[in-house]
Design a protein around this ligand. Structure first.
Ligand SMILES: Cc1ncc(C[n+]2csc(CCOP(=O)(O)OP(=O)(O)O)c2C)c(N)n1
Ligand SMILES: [Mg+2]
Length: 366
C-alpha cells in the first residue's frame, strides 16, 4: 500500500483508489460523438453562428469574472463552467423556450443561455442591485424565471425534487412543457435524486434527470465516490436512459432533442448522463492536486468551442474574419458588463427581506 504524500488531498482511506494501484480511473470516458453534420441535425447556418456566439460568451464571461474575482471585486464562491458549455448550449437549442430548466450552483452558462445578459450576470456576481437576483444571490443563484430558468442551487442534489415538481405541474396543468433538472456526479447518490426518480416514474412525469458528469466532485474523482456506472441508476426505476458526449455540442443537441420529444410525447421520465470535463478548479480556492496537467490537456484538445469553430470554418459557414468579428463583439459585451457591474449600486439594506417568497406564479405555465 503506497503512502499518500502529506500535501495530497485525500478523501478516501489510504490504499483505496491509490493511483499506484492503478485503481483510480480519473476523468470521464467519452462516448463517440455524432457523425451527423448540421443539416441532417436540422440546424441552419444561423443556428451554428448563434451557438458559437453563445458558447464563446459563456467562456469569456467566466474568464473575465475569474479575473475580477482575483482583483478582489467580489468574493464568496465562484464555480466556473468552463469546458462544459456544449451542454447548456446544445440543450437550450434542443428544448422549447418554455421548457423548465433548473440546475446546481455551476449555473452561469445556463443563465446566459436562457436569456440573461452579461450585464445582469456580472452585476449579480458583484452583488449589485442590477444583478439578475438583485445582487442577493451571487454566483450560485443566477435565475431568469421569465425564460423558464429557475436557477442555481447550492445544496448538492437539493433542487432535484423541484425539477420533478415542475414536471408534475406541467402534467397537471396540461401545459405541454417538459422540465429538466441538471446536477453533478456528486449528486447521484443523494436521496433527493432517488426519491424524485421513484415518484417521477410512478406518476409518469415529463422530466429529464441529467447528470453533468465532469469526473469530479470537488477533489474526488467520480470513480472514487460512486459505485457502478452512473447511467445504470436508471435501471432500478425502469427508466429510459442515455449517455451523451458533452464535449460535442452536436451530440448534445441531437440526443437532447430526441429525448425531449420522447418525454413530451409519452410523458415519462428519462435519466441521462452527459460526460464532460471542467477545466478550472472546483471553485476559486482549489489547488487541483487530484489531477495532472496532462489529464486536463487531453480534454482541452477536444475543446467544444474550438471544435465548433473548426467545423464552421471548414464547412465555409463563416470566414476567419467573420468569426473574429463575433468574438470581438462578445469581448466588448463582457467588458461593458464588467464596467456596468462595477458602477452599479449595492442593494439597499431595506431590501434585505424582499423577494423571499413569491406572491403569485407570474411566469409558470404561460
Ligand atoms: C448536501 C451538500 N453536501 C455537500 C456540499 C458541499 N459541496 C459543494 S459542491 C460539492 C461537490 C459536488 O460535485 P458535483 O455534484 O460533481 O458537481 P460539480 O461541482 O462537479 O459541478 C460538494 C460536496 C453541499 N453543497 N451540499
Ligand atoms: Mg462533478
Amino acid at each position: 500500500m503506497a503512502e499518500n504524500k502529506k500535501d495530497d488531498i485525500v478523501f478516501a482511506p489510504k490504499g483505496i483508489g491509490d493511483e499506484k494501484d492503478g485503481a483510480v480511473q480519473k476523468g470521464v470516458d467519452l462516448p463517440a460523438p455524432t457523425r451527423k453534420k448540421h443539416k441532417s441535425l436540422g440546424l441552419t447556418e444561423d443556428d451554428l453562428k448563434a451557438m458559437y456566439e453563445q458558447m464563446y460568451l459563456q467562456r469569456r464571461f467566466e474568464e473575465r469574472s475569474m479575473q475580477q474575482y482575483q482583483k478582489g471585486k467580489f468574493g464568496g464562491f465562484l464555480h466556473l463552467y468552463i469546458g462544459q458549455e456544449a451542454i447548456s448550449t446544445g440543450t437550450v437549442f434542443a428544448f422549447d423556450d418554455k421548457d423548465d430548466i433548473i440546475t446546481g450552483y455551476r449555473d452561469h452558462g445556463w443563465g446566459l443561455c436562457r436569456g440573461l445578459t452579461a450585464k445582469e450576470g456580472m452585476a449579480e456576481l458583484f452583488g449589485k442591485a442590477t444583478g439578475c437576483s438583485k445582487g442577493k444571490g451571487g454566483s450560485m443563484h443566477f435565475a431568469n424565471a421569465k425564460e423558464h430558468f429557475w436557477g442555481g442551487y447550492g445544496i448538492v442534489g437539493g433542487h432535484i425534487p423541484i425539477g420533478a415538481g415542475f414536471a408534475f405541474a406541467n402534467k397537471y396543468k396540461g401545459t405541454g412543457n417538459i422540465s429538466a433538472t441538471f446536477f453533478g456526479d456528486g449528486a447521484v447518490d443523494q436521496g433527493a435524486l432517488h426519491e424524485s426518480m421513484n415518484i417521477a416514474q410512478l406518476w409518469k412525469l415529463p422530466v429529464l434527470f441529467v447528470v453533468e458528469n465532469n469526473g469530479y466532485s470537488m477533489g474526488t474523482a467520480a470513480k472514487r465516490h460512486t459505485v457502478a456506472e452512473i447511467v445504470d441508476r436508471a435501471k432500478g426505476y425502469g427508466m429510459k436512459s442515455a449517455v451523451i458526449n458533452g464535449m460535442d455540442v452536436f451530440s448534445v443537441y441531437e440526443k437532447m432533442k430526441e429525448i425531449a420529444d420522447d418525454v413530451r410525447e409519452n410523458s415519462e421520465p428519462y435519466f441521462i448522463e452527459i460526460r464532460t470535463y471542467r477545466y478550472r478548479g472546483h471553485s476559486m480556492s482549489d489547488p487541483q492536486k487530484y489531477r495532472t496537467k496532462e489529464e486536463l490537456e487531453e480534454y482541452q484538445k477536444i475543446d467544444p468551442i474550438l471544435k465548433l469553430r473548426d467545423y464552421i470554418l471548414s464547412n465555409d459557414i463563416m470566414t476567419e474574419e467573420e468569426i473574429t468579428e463575433v468574438e470581438d463583439k462578445v469581448e466588448e459585451e463582457v467588458l461593458e458588463a464588467v464596467e456596468f457591474a462595477d458602477n452599479s449600486p449595492f442593494p439597499d439594506d431595506d431590501e434585505l427581506y424582499d423577494d423571499m417568497f413569491a406572491d403569485d406564479e407570474p411566469y409558470f405555465h404561460v
